[in-house]
Design a protein around this ligand. Structure first.
Ligand code: 5GP
Length: 143
């Protein structure tokens, strides 16, 4: 899908936002929801999704973009507290050529550890028990 186009409300993240598909949720409010990435590039890889129907950052309204980045920062701090990574990558892809695979705006928070290479983007599915354990730690750090 190119950068321009219409929003497809059947994408997997739209289904998660409507409660039609499951997710291991970290927090939610009127602006955004955050949950664990099930094909993580590292332990603790999680996502922040603004609720607004936008395919990418270019479509997102400026007030929601501003509110969303605050939530990204809050979650990144919680990940730092919970998992003690040596670094954190924050990424966001716009359009398939840029690496986007799900066409509802989202931000990745990917913890990194020294000398531990990150996995491939959207590769193997994680163990759900491990994801839940990581999520509990992150939720505790958010509390
Ligand atoms: P994108 O490539 O669009 O920036 O990122 C999409 C992300 O969504 C990928 O990191 C992928 O692992 C993740 N993902 C894809 N399908 C699902 C799903 O059904 N549930 C969750 N929690 N994450 C997903």
């Amino acid at each position: 899908m190119s950068l321009s186009g219409t929003y497809d409300d059947q994408n997997i993240f739209a289904k998660i936002l409507r409660g039609e598909a499951p997710a291991i949720t970290l927090f939610e409010d009127d602006i955004a929801i955050a949950f664990m990435d099930i094909f993580p590039q590292s332990p603790g890889h999680c996502l922040v999704l603004p609720r607004e129907q936008a395919r990418n950052l270019l479509d997102l309204s400026p007030p929601t973009a501003a509110a969303a980045i605050q939530r990204v920062q809050t979650l990144a701090k919680a990940v730092e507290t919970a998992l003690q990574p040596d670094g954190i990558v924050v990424t966001q892809f716009n359009g398939a050529p840029a690496g986007q695979t799900v066409f509802h705006i989202h931000f990745h928070i990917i913890p990194c550890w020294e000398n531990v290479p990150r996995g491939r983007h959207g590769a193997g599915q994680a163990d759900m028990g491990e994801l839940k354990t990581q999520a509990e730690k992150i939720r505790s750090a958010l509390a």
